[in-house]
Design a protein around this ligand. Sequence first.
Ligand SMILES: [Cu+2]
Length: 178
Amino acid sequence: MGGKFVGSVMICVVVTVSIIGGTMAAGVPGKPWSFGFNNSHNWWSRFGNKTQQEAKTIIVGGSQHWQFGFNYSDWAIKNAPFYLNDTLVFKYEAPNTTNPFQHSVYLFPNLWSFMKCDIKKAKRVAKATQGGGEGFKFVLNKWQPYYFACGEKNGFHCNNGLMKFAVFPMIRPFWSSP
Ligand SMILES: [Cu+2]
């Protein structure tokens, strides 16, 4: 009983102190707030030049490249976060006499078509011959979700071959790593 009462008083005191503290902070004549705006030019130039990290180039699937049966959703989670203007590289061999498998890169317009592997709704961004050599490069230059998949066999590679993943590039932090 007594303990409960003391506890309530304590909470009361803590809450009161925070309210007073908050009021006092807000009551300080606008200086901490207006500072950034008054010096907006300096404020921006601090970010503008040398402090921004460089965009990265990431090979999709790492050493596994872009192939049937590798779990790309898992890969994307493990390799997150991706940042705006990072480049994804899809590497896959064009079909030939020793390699009958064909891959491609498609983008779905939304989560629903991505989940269903509805290739008819998707847009092809790279055909079967574009994954050779240096690979097919795709720059994540918009702040939006990207739903990637292989479009081969009318969604079979997407559904059964796990050749699908989603990324939402983040805005790169403005500080550089040491
Ligand atoms: Cu494929």
